[in-house]
Design a protein around this ligand. Structure first.
Ligand code: DGL
Length: 259
């Protein structure tokens, strides 16, 4: 059974955990949320490149997983190469599902809904040039939605007007019919996003593709023996909160520990 270390700035990676558990039921996961440095979406490339390789090298050394999943578009589009250079296990990143969105769009008009950092990255520009050159592409960055997803998973009631205000500008100028959820926090708000949209659109995220890739790579690896410790969520610089621990338990993490 493969042991995956799933990493994100917060609870967003749980949208990937959901897909992993559905596809690989016996997977063992250690989850790490970098609460201390969230939101990543407002940090510069230099800040993320300075923090992430060293942090992940330390985590991999301490946790000893078989595979590392960077379940964060902002981190993956900024520092994946640097992270790969510092660890000696397979690293899987999450990148926006622009290719399937462009193929699915009948109107040939799509939106990339990510963090402000992700929608600005050169990497995303290249994906658009390579796979969506026949589409009009609206780039929409939101940090407010990251915070709303964190609030939802801490058991708070969301303000629907705040959510609507975050997405409305995306529909203003172009009749988009397909939206790429280019931040792992956003699939956790899918029901709310559907309600906030002025008309029905296709919503696409990368969760299933990442789970599939993990399954393929794990199938070819020599797997270490399963840890005897309960599956744990580690919160870097996090503050212990009972609601959050209960929520992590619903994703299969028996323990939640603040580092
Ligand atoms: N979940 C993250 C992503 O996929 C980042 C959210 C943030 O910290 O800004 O981009």
């Amino acid at each position: 059974m493969v042991h995956a270390l799933v990493f994100d700035s917060g609870v967003g990676g749980l949208s990937v955990v959901q897909e992993l558990r559905a596809l690989i039921p016996d997977i063992y996961i250690t989850y790490v949320a970098d609460d201390e440095f969230r939101p990543y979406g407002t940090k510069t490339e230099a800040q993320l490149q300075a923090r992430l390789p060293e942090l992940l090298q330390t985590l991999v050394f301490a946790v000893q997983p078989d595979i590392l999943l960077i379940a964060c578009n902002t981190a993956s589009t900024t520092a994946l190469k640097q992270i790969r250079n510092t660890v000696d296990i397979p690293v899987i990143g999450v990148v926006p599902a622009i290719k399937p969105a462009a193929q699915m769009s009948k109107a040939k008009a799509i939106a990339v809904l990510g963090t402000p950092g992700t929608v600005r990255r050169k990497y995303v520009g290249k994906l658009i040039r390579d796979f969506a050159s026949d589409c009009q592409v609206v780039l929409h960055g939101s940090t407010g939605l990251v915070e709303l997803a964190e609030q939802k998973l801490s058991g708070q009631i969301l303000n629907p007007f705040a959510l609507k205000a975050e997405v409305e500008p995306m529909f203003r100028d172009v009749n988009i019919d397909t939206i790429v959820l280019a931040c792992t926090h956003f699939p956790l708000l899918l029901d709310e996003l559907k309600q906030a949209a002025p008309y029905a659109v296709n919503w696409i995220d990368s969760g299933y593709a990442i789970a599939k890739r993990t399954q393929t790579i794990a199938g070819k690896m020599e797997i270490k023996s399963r840890p005897t410790y309960p599956q744990t969520a580690l919160l870097v610089g996090g503050v212990y909160n009972r609601e959050r621990a209960k929520m992590f338990a619903t994703f299969g993490f028996e323990k939640t520990v603040c580092l």
